[in-house]
Write a protein of this length. Structure first.
Length: 126
């Protein structure tokens, strides 16, 4: 059996980094993913998917990601069940083992004329 999910979407809020009792970093965030079909009225539906990352990946996500960033996610679907005030809740989330940053952060965005780190020296070495 296979439990593998690949998603591309934008963060709907800033990341939340916390630590377990044993000190393991955990980062949570939500991404918005548009469905690939259009309704009769021309609108598309959007799904909001909770993402969980652990350890070093969690710290990197917390450091480099924020609301609006475009990311690619690979991981496994996990269903958490909980109960509160007599009501049962089912919370689907993706336990990500790979997060790709697909755009530049707004504060590090470069103009199209700017040179990307180190590539100005690359051509001089030949």
């Amino acid at each position: 059996m296979l439990n593998r999910i690949v998603l591309i979407g934008r963060l709907t809020r800033d990341t939340e980094l916390r630590y377990t009792n044993s000190g393991t970093p955990v980062c949570n965030f939500t991404i918005a993913v548009e469905r690939n079909y259009t309704k009769k009225n021309g609108e598309t539906d959007t799904d909001f998917i909770n993402i969980v990352t652990w350890r070093g990946l969690a710290e990197n996500c917390a450091k480099h990601l924020g609301k609006g960033r475009l990311v690619g996610i690979e991981g496994q679907l996990q269903i958490r069940k909980s109960e509160s005030n007599g009501r049962k809740y089912i919370n689907p989330e993706v336990n990500a083992d790979n997060v790709r940053f697909l755009d530049f952060a707004k504060d590090t965005q470069q103009d199209s004329n700017d040179v990307v780190d180190g590539f100005d020296d690359f051509n001089d070495s030949f």
